[in-house]
Design a binder for this molecule. Structure first.
Ligand SMILES: [Mn+2]
Length: 383
């Protein structure tokens, strides 16, 4: 041992004794685990701990805990091509592996056909009040069936958009299977336009108007099915907004009325500024009646509709309707984490990722953000 040569004994200390103590500790360190790493008492029991991370999951999810992954490659709810590619991009970036690592059995359902009825051009595409309503309606009808089936089987339903018009299908399906469902809408936009009130006619800004019965689906070509199935209307007190910062004139009027008269919870980025995301989420989940009290038998199911444009464009640049001043990275994760911590989360949409709109590296970052937000909502924890 080289350290032996470097030993200098202070005056009065027997050199041989000190040397032997020193060498003993060096040997002990080099050997790694030996007698001095023995712990006794309660600490010793920790050596047998393999999983300290088990969360409370809703009782309506069956065992073994299974995630049904449904692709909804929709692009007709808005004018930019590219949203149709994101289900595949999210899968290729490692979605299944992430979910498996979190303890989920993954049931991949593939992509639902989100195109219009066969037979040529969609008449509503020309600039009607609800653009491409035949395609959006037909796709969402198929999607609602797929979501209903998997939710009714007791699976966690994860739907990968697509633009946000797909929420018309996911909410119709999940509400039919779990009628008490509450909805956390994380978005820069309110998506509650009526066809007449919408400045653009893009249906990704309208899903809530139909699901909440504020617009009559029977008057829109392609959406008639929504009146014919036994889908309960989503009541205003059962939806909470987080992340709002770009609201159209008609939407503002509707939101004011719904807030004042019907108990709708609509928080904006200003609320996040003032209260912090922690308090905003506490208030949102309280308003929905899904506070995390740890009692999984109590409380209603929760659905998280996560529009990637809720996140600031610096963090999530690859999306179609970017608005500055959004949630930062941690705030976005916090939204997802606090939803799953209620023990009531049973379904989620991840929408509006459009990798065609930016440089590849920025697109990959946005896809990655979507992936991490999904993992956070499905049980990924820092500790
Ligand atoms: Mn949206």
């Amino acid at each position: 041992m080289r350290c032996k040569m470097m030993m200098r004994c202070p005056a009065g200390v027997p050199g041989g004794w000190l040397r032997s103590r020193f060498l003993q500790s060096v040997r002990c360190f080099a050997a790694g685990v030996n007698g001095s790493y023995q712990v006794r008492g309660p600490l010793a029991q920790l050596r047998d701990v393999v999983d300290v991370n088990e969360m409370a999951w809703p009782s309506f999810l069956t065992s073994p805990r299974t995630a049904a992954v449904i692709g909804a490659p929709a692009m007709f709810g808005q004018p930019l091509a590219g949203t149709d590619k994101s289900p595949q991009l999210l899968r290729e970036a490692g979605l299944h592996q992430n979910l498996a690592a979190l303890g989920w059995r993954v049931e991949e359902m593939g992509d639902v056909d989100m195109t219009g009825p066969p037979g040529g051009a969609d008449p509503a595409a020309a600039g009607g009040d609800a653009r491409h309503s035949l395609a959006v309606g037909a796709g969402c009808r198929r999607l609602s069936e797929a979501v209903f089936e998997k939710a009714a089987e007791g699976k966690f339903v994860l739907t990968l958009g697509g633009d946000h018009s797909i929420a018309l299908g996911t909410l119709a399906g999940v509400l039919r299977a779990r009628p008490d469902t509450r909805v956390l809408w994380c978005d820069a936009h309110a998506d509650i336009n009526s066809p007449k009130g919408s400045p653009s006619g893009n249906m990704h800004g309208m899903p809530l108007s139909f699901v909440m019965g504020l617009s009559d689906p029977s008057t829109v070509r392609g959406l008639e099915w929504l009146c014919e199935t036994d889908v309960p209307v989503l009541r205003p007190e059962r939806i909470a907004y987080v992340g709002l910062r770009d609201v159209d004139v008609y939407e503002r009027k509707i939101l004011h009325r719904l807030k004042q008269e019907h108990g709708l919870f609509a928080s904006t980025m200003q609320d996040v500024d003032r209260l912090g995301i922690g308090r905003v989420m506490e208030l949102a989940l309280e308003a929905l009646g899904v506070t995390g009290n740890g009692d999984e038998e109590k409380g209603a199911p929760l659905h998280l509709s996560f529009d990637i444009d809720a996140v600031d464009p610096k963090v999530a640049p690859a999306t179609g309707t970017v608005v500055r001043g959004g949630l930062n990275y941690r705030e976005a994760m916090y939204v997802a984490e606090s939803c799953v911590e209620t023990g009531r989360l049973g379904s989620m949409d991840m929408v509006e990722v459009n990798a065609d709109l930016t440089e590849p590296s920025a697109a990959a970052e946005t896809v990655q953000l979507g992936l991490v937000a999904v993992a956070s909502a499905m049980g990924s924890r820092i500790l």
